[in-house]
Design a protein. Structure first.
Length: 342
């Protein structure tokens, strides 16, 4: 297994007959059965592969700047050994129930909490799971409807890097969370019950890095191919970091570029006006612009490798046109068929 499970538990939060939110607490942890191990392994993989996660820390939020520190205090007490895991998770469920009661849209769900180790870090995984209806065929060939946890479509989940949290209290990124489909606002209640506030704007930091790289190669004496090689190296380094769950370290990245003869990037990026953090999580979606140009608008979608600009793809900003040499075969076939038809 990629993870070593220490504790796991599930509690249910649902509406009663009067529409009030209620907790149904499990009195003991889940047994480390194959089913539990398989579920947590799947959730770990699914969560780790989610793109565009946000990052934050336990802190102040709201206009009054007050800290919602009940969850963090309970977690501290649990980690110190003065509170059992079941009791800690029960307190967390009560906090989530109180938060959900503020909203009309909530139907509750199953609160899953698990402490586990992956690589060299200890984590606390917190997720509000929903049940999904499905059909199955019984032995007598009759259809039966049942409910199961929707593990592949988690939308409300966060993971706390307990090792980083306890080792570096000044860190602003030891909590990661899934952003809602319409942005962070959708999941505000889930973060509020933990007292989590966003600390690192991952997309902004990645776009700032790209800006710094483009300015760096533009002001260098590198050839066109060497400039693209620089972009490719940055993309490869950052992608590897994203895949392994590690953060981008600007100094480490600069050392990688220096090994290829591209010196002084660290001084350039951190000594300028880019407001680039020393380290931050990778966002692969933002980083793709180092290798590709893409855009959509007015019914047209266009995407091509950055190395083709100026060769197979000619852009004329004056006439606002793009000339493509060597039309892709499948597109050429479609165009030829349409022209013949007309």
């Amino acid at each position: 297994m990629a993870i070593s499970i220490e504790q796991a538990i599930i509690h249910e939060i649902s509406q009663d007959g009067q529409g009030q939110m209620r907790c149904r607490l499990r009195p003991q942890p889940l047994l480390n059965t194959n089913a539990v191990e398989t579920m947590l392994e799947e959730l770990h993989q699914t969560y780790s592969g989610k793109a565009g996660k946000g990052f934050g820390f336990f802190g102040t939020h709201g206009d009054d700047g007050e800290a919602n520190d009940e969850f963090a205090n309970a977690l501290t007490t649990y980690r110190s050994g003065d509170l059992g895991f079941v009791e800690f998770s029960g307190q967390a469920s009560q906090l989530l129930q109180q938060e959900l009661a503020k909203y009309d849209f909530s139907q509750g769900g199953f609160l899953l909490m698990s402490c586990y180790t992956s690589m060299t870090s200890d984590y606390l995984f917190v997720a509000l799971l929903s049940a999904k209806s499905s059909m199955t065929v019984l032995d007598d060939m009759e259809l039966s409807q049942n409910n199961h946890l929707d593990l592949s479509n988690i939308q409300l989940a966060a993971r706390i890097d307990l090792t980083e949290w306890q080792a570096d209290k000044s860190s602003r990124k030891y909590i990661s969370f899934i952003r809602g489909r319409a942005g962070r606002k959708v999941a505000d209640f889930f973060l509020d019950f933990m007292g989590c506030v966003e600390g690192v704007n991952t997309k902004a930091q990645n776009k700032t890095l790209i800006h710094a790289v483009e300015d760096f190669v533009a002001g260098s004496e590198l050839t066109k191919d060497e400039r693209q090689e620089c972009r490719n190296k940055v993309f490869e380094y950052c992608s590897e970091r994203a895949d392994s769950g590690e953060v981008i370290e600007v100094k480490d990245l600069a050392d990688e570029l220096a090994d290829s003869g591209m010196d002084s990037f660290y001084d350039f990026a951190c000594g300028g006006s880019y407001e680039l953090d020393e380290e931050f999580p990778a966002d692969k979606a933002s980083l793709r612009s180092l290798k590709k140009f893409s855009g959509t608008g007015g019914g047209v979608t266009l995407s091509f490798d950055g190395g083709h600009l100026g060769e197979r793809v000619i852009y004329d900003p004056v006439s606002d046109t793009i000339l493509i040499k060597g039309v892709p075969a499948n597109l050429k076939d479609q165009l030829d068929r349409r022209l013949k038809g007309e």
